[in-house]
Design a protein around this ligand. Sequence first.
Ligand SMILES: [Zn+2]
Length: 230
Amino acid sequence: MAELLFRENPYLKSCEATIVAVHGDSIELDRTVFYPLGGGQAGDTGKLGPWRVLDTRKGPAGGDSVLHIIEPGANAAAGSKVELQLDWERRHRLMRLHTALHLLGAVVKAPVTGGRINDDKAHLDFDIEMERLVKDAIEAQLNELVRSGAATRATWITDAELDARPELVKTMSVAPPRGEGRVRLMEIPGIDLQACGGTHVANIAEIGTLKVVRIRSEGKRNKRVTLELE
Ligand SMILES: [Zn+2]
């Protein structure tokens, strides 16, 4: 199990770590700043020692096991110390777009059926009628929220507390990370509160201007709203 440094501080760009296991091109470390693909958010990329990290995934054991997928042919060995370096510009875009989806979920008042955050764009799918999704209105409301400049806040509750408050699970298809007895809540005071294990910016002003680039039907219960950063 790795110590997941991004949970307490998503702004950490590098750290030292020890390789605890090597499975082919997948490296496990005792600690990491790399976020593994999950909750719709893409896995991080960057450098591990001299090697490029192409992707980051959760390990098959689940929990806090993280696999750093490095370039083929690297000769990494268990026990060695390495320097980790995030591709920070990409991660920061992921953080801005991820936090933007929390705003989108607050602006569009409908059940969320799915979502995805890539480094160039992000989307949520809503169970809603197409005619209720007005591109210009959504974009204007999003940017008004961004300009309000609210600080985000992470807190923790127990699995039992979460079970007692099902309204905190907003995205039906993405279960919040649990299993260690506690779940992280992400709060944007006055705007949004939900269980979420992803990485977020400290203040929503950091997102910058948002564009609604597309609204499209992806099925009866999936009306997809796609955002980009300006
Ligand atoms: Zn989130």
